[in-house]
Design a protein around this ligand. Structure first.
Ligand SMILES: Cc1ncc(COP(=O)(O)O)c(C=O)c1O
Length: 371
């Protein structure tokens, strides 16, 4: 049996009758840049994230870079974030002119530890970038007062967490609802994926929204008049049309991912070399990834590959140990939880179209390896 890590062709087959006409409509309109689908998608994503404004952009990376540019970092300004994330989280801090300051993660959820954020704040700190890793939200109700006490804006990296939510004071709060501004990614493999690159920023700060709209268009609200230097980070109308056509399926896809996750967790229960993902009881996880911690990880991955099962390591090298950040001076052992996670994690296939037979096959293959 073959169980790829992700099967976008299976998704395409299931929904092409809704997506292809939307694509054709854009082609026939010939409005490829900033067509009406872009504004419609912005309204829909703002509603989903319960934010006042949404500003589409070219990628999830830009959805972090433009808000960081809006902070106007000066050399030596620090931005606190997690070392256990995709590179873009810290790469954008550097590219916006700041210095990433990495603090360790909570071992259960793999997310930034708010207590350690508090200890890392200095007079040079300008912002905090928590990442809702794998689709599970950070403990925002613990982070918000820490950031507020020092007047620091929170830029949520929700690239992996569209539609995720967390119960705070008895109420569900969406990823994108609580921070100053939030970035989403529509990279094709995401729970809501485009047919190319795409991103979205959401905020309820009207002045920031206006600023971000300018920054994605070379820094000017009026054509050929530039208030500051921005860039070209528009979302293609074609991508917006694809995303609008896919959006009605998102909740059911994420629910299906949750069902698969529960099935794996039950099927792997009692197998001591495998630690299944912990879901914080306040969180509704969207399982962008189903990530286990395992003993003999690389050998297990090779075994699963030999059985036709795709897996991935997100992420093998924590960002404080990346060559490009060697000047920051972090040594191995500096952030032990992130380093341990990098050595132990393995993400299993969890896409919505997986069959029960495929899930059983993965569980049996893992159990077989440790037998
Ligand atoms: C946590 C995180 N942040 C940022 C990004 C960047 O998004 P994009 O690939 O759309 O630029 C990603 C995408 O993989 C991500 O997973």
């Amino acid at each position: 049996m073959n169980v790829p890590l992700l099967d976008l062709v299976a998704q395409y087959r299931a929904i092409k009758d809704s997506v292809l006409p939307a694509v054709q409509a854009v082609v026939e309109s010939q409005q490829f840049v900033m067509g009406p689908a872009v504004a419609q998608l912005e309204r829909e994503i703002a509603r989903l994230a319960r934010a006042q404004h949404a500003i589409a952009c070219a990628s999830g990376t830009d959805a972090l870079l433009l808000p960081l540019k809006a902070v106007q970092l000066r050399p030596g300004d620090e931005v606190i974030t997690t070392p256990f994330t995709f590179f873009a989280t810290a790469g954008t801090i550097h590219n916006a002119g700041g210095t990433p300051v990495f603090v360790d993660i909570e071992p259960e959820t793999f997310n930034l530890d708010p207590t350690r954020v508090a200890a890392a704040i200095t007079p040079r700190t300008r912002a905090v970038v928590p990442v809702h890793l794998y689709g599970q939200m950070v403990a925002m109700e613990r982070l918000l007062p820490i950031a507020a006490a020092s007047g620091l804006p929170i830029i949520e990296d929700a690239a992996q967490a569209i539609g995720a939510r967390r119960r705070v004071d008895g109420q569900w709060r969406m990823a994108g609802e609580l921070g100053w501004v939030t970035g989403f990614s529509f990279f094709p493999s995401k729970n809501l994926g485009a047919w190319g690159d795409g991103g979205m920023m959401v905020t309820s700060d009207e002045r920031l929204a206006e600023r971000l709209r300018k920054l994605r268009l070379h820094g000017g609200a009026k054509q050929y008049h530039h208030d500051e230097v921005g860039t070209n980070s528009r979302l293609d109308t074609l991508q917006a049309a694809v995303l609008l056509a896919k959006l009605p399926y998102l909740a059911a896809w994420s629910a299906r991912r949750r069902e698969h996750a529960a099935y794996y967790t039950q099927g792997l229960a009692g197998l001591t070399p495998v630690m299944t993902p912990a879901v914080d009881s306040c969180n509704e996880h969207i399982f962008h990834q189903y990530t286990v911690r395992v003993e003999r990880r690389d050998a297990l991955q090779a075994h699963l590959k030999s059985k036709g099962i795709g897996t991935a390591i997100y992420y093998p090298v924590p960002l404080h140990l990346q060559n490009c950040f060697s000047e920051l001076g972090y040594k191995r052992g500096a952030l032990p939880e992130a380093e341990r996670a990098a050595a132990e994690v393995l993400s299993l296939p969890v896409y919505p179209e997986l069959s029960g037979e495929q899930l059983d096959y993965v569980i049996d293959a893992i159990r077989g390896f440790y037998r």
